[in-house]
Design a protein around this ligand. Sequence first.
Ligand SMILES: [Mg+2]
Ligand SMILES: [Zn+2]
Length: 208
Amino acid sequence: MLGIKAVFLDRDGTLSMDVGYPRFWSDFKPFPWTLSALKILLNKGYQLFLITNQSGIARGYFTLSEARQLNRLILEYFNTEGINFTDYRMCPHHPKGLVPEFTLDCDCRKPKPGMILQLAQRYGIALSQSYMVGDKITDIQAGKAAGTQIALLTCHSIEEYQKRKQAGFSPKTEEERLEILREFGEKPAPLAENEFFSLLEFAQSVPG
Ligand SMILES: [Mg+2]
Ligand SMILES: [Zn+2]
């Protein structure tokens, strides 16, 4: 294989609960399975990269340095648990922001593949052997555009996890499914095969 294999991970809603524009360390609420899932991925030989849209910066909800600080704390937390992320990229932009510096139609905001492609070039990543994992269709679109394999996670909260666990892990709602099918109408099957309830199921299923 040419190049390293990587898992590109969305942050909010994938590693932690999506609390809506998290700003402080206290807003970071990792899922109960996050550490085990990341360890499995590392043991299977994947390098980990964090890929996050933080339009809260462009929208003026928090500053670039606050967002960088939160990323630093999150990666340090993983590090103390023996989980090393090779690198990360954050998009601070939004086309309709309030902060002029960050208000633009950039190439890095998912669904665009800019962050993945930058990292792939820098680290020599074999994209076809790698995965983009996230909880939104835009994560999947970014992965497809970059040429990675994709995995869509359907669990957005611990409450939802408990609820769906009791119900026997039902898949996404019909409405969510239809939205995905509209997006990838020509190839619905591969996407369905790459749908997982949480990062843990993905980590367990991915080839080593
Ligand atoms: Mg997300
Ligand atoms: Zn951007």
